[in-house]
Design a protein. Structure first.
Length: 384
């Protein structure tokens, strides 16, 4: 199992935990802070990179992803130094993808150009809605006009630009969503991440929902209609779903996210970052301290990792199944069987295939379009 990760590749995830404002739907590890010591953060990131590289020598680094939070609040010099350090610690792939997440309210032309010059070659923009009223409801601090302007700037600086939208929002109808999605697709995009609004515990939306004050959420049938329309409209525009919530023109898929879904290895640094790293013949799940202050303090003492958990081969098989079925290419059945102590139950596979939820061909197990629409239920059946 020592080389299983090679089937997915090797990436680096860098978490920037700060935002200008906390969105009410967000359950990510993000914080609002008036003062950020960029030099201290850079020193800590570089320290963590060196520590992680000791564990993973002689690897080809396929991707770097700056996530958050709002990484477009990072000083371009910080981004540049992290990229330069990563390039010296690992062997950079010839086609290395370097993505930075950006919010439209935190960018301008000079900053984007500086990120490009720092080595970033892909931007993922958190637009979330093309409707000002809904942007306000979602707690976003930008307008549609600002989002369009930022997108245009990004397209002028980068060959690859993706943006996110949230659907099944309050008071949103299927017809309104279809019109908005069609508008988004007219913006000459090659990658879209389209997420159904989910209400998470511990968020402002979660608190409002619990006391009956989050009104106008679509009924389940209406949300399902929006999901199905999303698949049809994007496919008709040449951006088929390559993953449950992600659509791209062929060749424009997110290489970093494919490392997750193909169950490769990735180093995660920064507050709350997770990782999957194979050391010798053992695969470990890594977890860092959530609090920015606690993470900085821990790094100063030697490591920002809070814990490492050894994953059994069955744990790995289960994770590979859950990740692999999310993507249109599915998973390699022989690879699953090499990890798992027992093969997937043939009777369950036959039943799911009979009702059109999965397909098996060329040695791969694939969730069909209908299966991806109810993927959690399909996975529950397979894992018992």
């Amino acid at each position: 199992m020592a080389d299983d990760w090679r089937n997915g590749g090797f990436g680096l995830y860098v978490h920037w935990p700060f935002c200008e404002a906390k969105c009410p739907y967000c359950d990510f590890n993000s914080h609002v802070s008036k003062k950020i010591d960029q030099k201290q953060w850079l020193t800590s990131y570089l320290s963590e990179l060196k520590r992680s590289a000791v564990d993973t020598p002689d690897r080809v680094l396929n991707t770097i992803f700056f996530g958050g939070g709002t990484p477009s609040l990072m000083a371009p010099e910080t981004v540049e130094a992290i990229i330069a350090q990563a390039r010296t610690l690992w062997r950079p792939a010839n086609d290395m993808e370097i993505t930075l997440e950006a919010n439209p309210g935190s960018v301008e032309a000079g900053r984007f150009a500086a990120y490009r010059d720092a080595g970033v070659n892909r931007i993922s923009m958190g637009v979330q809605a093309l409707n000002d009223e809904d942007l306000r409801r979602l707690g976003r601090i930008h307008t549609v006009a600002e989002a369009r302007a930022a997108f245009d700037i990004a397209r002028n600086c980068f060959d690859r630009v993706s943006f996110d939208l949230i659907y099944a929002r309050q008071h949103q109808t299927p017809d309104a969503w279809q019109a908005e999605l069609t508008e988004a697709l007219s913006m000459a995009v090659d990658h879209l991440s389209l997420y159904q609004l989910t209400i998470e515990d511990g968020t402002a939306f979660g608190d409002r929902y619990a006391v009956g004050k989050l009104r106008g959420l679509p009924e389940d049938d209406s949300a399902a209609d929006m999901y199905l329309a999303t698949q049809e409209i994007c496919e008709a525009h040449g951006l088929p779903a390559y993953e449950v919530s992600n659509h791209a023109r062929p060749g424009a898929e997110s290489l970093h996210n494919l490392i997750y879904w193909r169950y490769g290895d990735y180093v995660g640094i920064g507050p709350g970052a997770h990782g999957r790293v194979t050391l010798g013949s053992q695969k470990l799940a890594t977890e860092t301290y959530l609090s920015p202050a606690a993470w900085l303090d821990a790094v100063s003492k030697g490591t920002g990792e809070k814990e490492r958990t050894l994953l059994s081969t069955q744990d790995q098989a289960n994770e590979y199944l859950m990740m692999g079925l999310r993507i249109a290419e599915g998973l390699d059945i022989d690879r699953y069987n090499a990890l798992s102590s027992t093969p997937l139950p043939e009777n369950i596979l036959n039943d799911l295939q009979d009702i059109g939820m999965i397909d098996r061909s060329n040695g791969r197990l694939i969730a069909t379009k209908d299966g991806r629409a109810v993927l959690n239920a399909v996975i529950r059946e397979l894992l018992g």
